[in-house]
Ligand binder design. Sequence first.
Ligand code: MG
Length: 390
Amino acid sequence: MKTAALIMAAGRGSRVADAGPSKQYLPLGARTVLGRAAQVFIQHPRIDSVQVVIHPDDVALYRAILDVPSPRLAAPVMGGTSRQQSVLRGLEALAGQGLDAVLVHDAARPFTPPGAIDAVLDALATGPAAIAAQPVTDTLKRVDGALRVIATVARDELWRAQTPQGFRFAPLLDAHRRAAAAGRSDFTDDAALAEWAGMAVAIVPVQGVNMKITTADDVAVAQALAAGPAMESRTGTGFDVHRFMPGDHVWLCGLRIPHTHGLEGHSDADVALHALTDALLGAIGDGDIGQHFPPSDPQWRGAPSHLFAADPVARIAARGGRIVNVDLTLLCEAPRIGPHRDAMRARVAEILGIALGRVGVKATTTEGLGFTGRREGLAAMAVATVLLPA
Ligand code: MG
């Protein structure tokens, strides 16, 4: 079923503030309301093309947020003086593309679950029109002009019509053309126009959040939703030591550093990445490097230690978390760390997939004291801070 999504962003009527852009261009997390609404459809595997309808005054705003080259995203169409006229202009722009179906969607609904798109498309297999909707959950009152309750309205037959609203393409275009020819411009959604045209319209219950941003309060709720779950900060520490042995290089922070000795170990003996791996695992309370990569396991013989450090990175991502920063201290008389510090920071940032500014690498001697002072081995300490959903 060849399907286009028509994203309606031409509205002007309900600015949430006296000044500033229309609500569809307000920031929402890293995107905007419209950018987020459109992306849901651009990324959906069953949508072949996305057509946005905008207000003629918003061309620059639109370019600033949706100037992403996507073969699925068509150049915007300019809307008309009413929502109904804007939809018709969008449909006319899509005519002649051999479409079987079209989903009309309000740009002010940025959280539509992909499953709702699937459900509407599934319903179109057996009928000409299907709309996303949610049941009314509040008790409804009919009131008089003085806000006195006249009656309680039974709600069991009442649903809130939302978008996306899906239609077989040709019947909807025909219905819109007939409504325009009949001088009708009062339909508040496309389902109402389709009902007027005699199309059977089915309700598709939506699971999850499908809110429409209308008021300033809605904007605040939407921004909290876009920010995601509340996060809590976790800290972990790690410590590791490896003994020097005959050799001509050591591995530190994922880099091969020429030296008068090597470091003894089952893997590449990168003490810095071992301490770091333990710090990250400690921050999420998920064991230690010896538990996840036992030295008794032959597959880790000579293994590059960035494989170990990548493991907690994946565990943190799987839990919806992210690394805030890591800090390493290397304890040794030699090799000298200073000349390699920037490269070490860059390599650690690369292994962890975080910005350079979130990685610290420091070094100290122990003034000739202890095993590091006697140059018997090299020690590393690490601390990591991680954000996890609370
Ligand atoms: Mg180790």
